[in-house]
Write a protein that binds this ligand. Structure first.
Ligand code: GZL
Length: 308
């Protein structure tokens, strides 16, 4: 028979396979695809039965998926919340069903943080600071104004809010730097290109720098800049975040100046956390991923080592 020992936050299950319900945001970017791959591969390696759903970047689909995981009585629920707010009701249902919830990648903004047991992911404010600090260093001998256009991530998402916050924190007391246009490109290449076309029409040669909240929007914008007859990486400096393969290829082609790493490889940490939880261990409330900054100059030597 099954030995069921009720301890701590979860049930300790001897020899029963753990079932994990994961609500993934979508497949909007190279980063997201690598993140999904990491979760699927790690679940397999850990012998965890993974039920992964793709929400096509819609919050209501994530809420539906979480409700279905509750109905299926999975052991643990994990998800990457597409936006920060609107989660209390469904998280309360999970709590009432005694199913622990782990947040990965993006955080939620809930008053009651007992609704989730742990949040693992990057420090997006720090990523924004790193992006701005690279620009301040790059232009330190320049006296002219530095006009920046900004492609924001998904409206209301933790990375979009915090990457903007970190970047502005660094430039707020440096009047030389001005964000002259800022709009969401929803983290996709297509939207990034479309919005950059609009920026170029409105501001043209007045743009010195593009700050994109992810590499996919930067890559879309690079196409728009070239179609406008300008040289990306030279006429317009480009700073982006994620450090996916596409960014290294753009840097090696001289079209992107720097990418700030944001690791999608959260799978192994997530499966360890799930197993610890089921063994009745306490999880840290916050697990931060370690990351670096990759400028164009080191792209060729770093590229072969990249895992996503
Ligand atoms: C960041 C992640 C963001 C990536 C984008 O952790 O939530 O979502 O930066 C992805 O590429 O779409």
């Amino acid at each position: 028979g099954l030995a069921l020992i009720l301890v701590g936050q979860g049930c300790q299950k001897e020899n029963k396979q753990i079932t994990l319900g994961f609500s993934q945001i979508g497949a909007e970017s190279e980063w997201r695809t690598a993140n999904t791959k990491s979760i699927e591969e790690s679940a397999k390696a850990a012998g965890i039965d993974l039920k992964l759903s793709d929400a096509q970047q819609k919050q209501e689909n994530q809420i539906k998926a979480i409700r279905s995981f509750i109905a299926q009585k999975v052991d643990v629920i994990a998800f990457s919340p597409v936006v920060e707010t609107g989660w209390e009701p469904v998280l309360r249902e999970a709590k009432e069903a005694k199913i622990p919830v782990i947040l990965t990648d993006r955080a939620v903004d809930t008053k009651d943080d007992s609704l989730w047991v742990s949040f693992m992911g990057s420090d997006f404010v720090e990523e924004g600071r790193r992006a701005a600090n690279w620009l301040v260093e790059k232009t330190k001998d320049q006296k002219d104004p530095v006009n920046i256009v900004e492609l924001q991530g998904t409206v209301g998402s933790a990375p979009a809010i915090d990457r903007k916050k970190g970047f502005e924190e660094v430039i707020k007391d440096k009047p030389q730097f001005k964000i002259i246009r800022s709009q969401t490109g929803d983290f996709t290449r297509a939207k990034g290109k479309e919005v950059m076309e609009a920026f170029l029409k409105a501001e043209g040669k007045n743009i010195n720098v593009l700050y994109a909240h992810n590499d996919d929007m930067a890559i879309g914008a690079i196409q728009a800049i070239e179609e406008a007859g300008l040289r990306p990486g030279k006429d317009i400096l480009i700073i982006s975040i994620d450090a996916v393969k596409g960014a290294f290829e753009a840097m090696m082609a001289g079209k992107l100046n720097v990418t700030v790493e944001c690791s999608p490889l959260l799978g192994p940490q997530l499966m360890t956390a799930v197993k610890d939880l089921m063994a009745g261990k306490q999880l840290p409330k916050r697990i931060v991923t370690e990351e670096g900054v990759f400028p164009m100059e080191t792209a060729a030597q770093e590229f072969p080592k990249r895992k996503y």
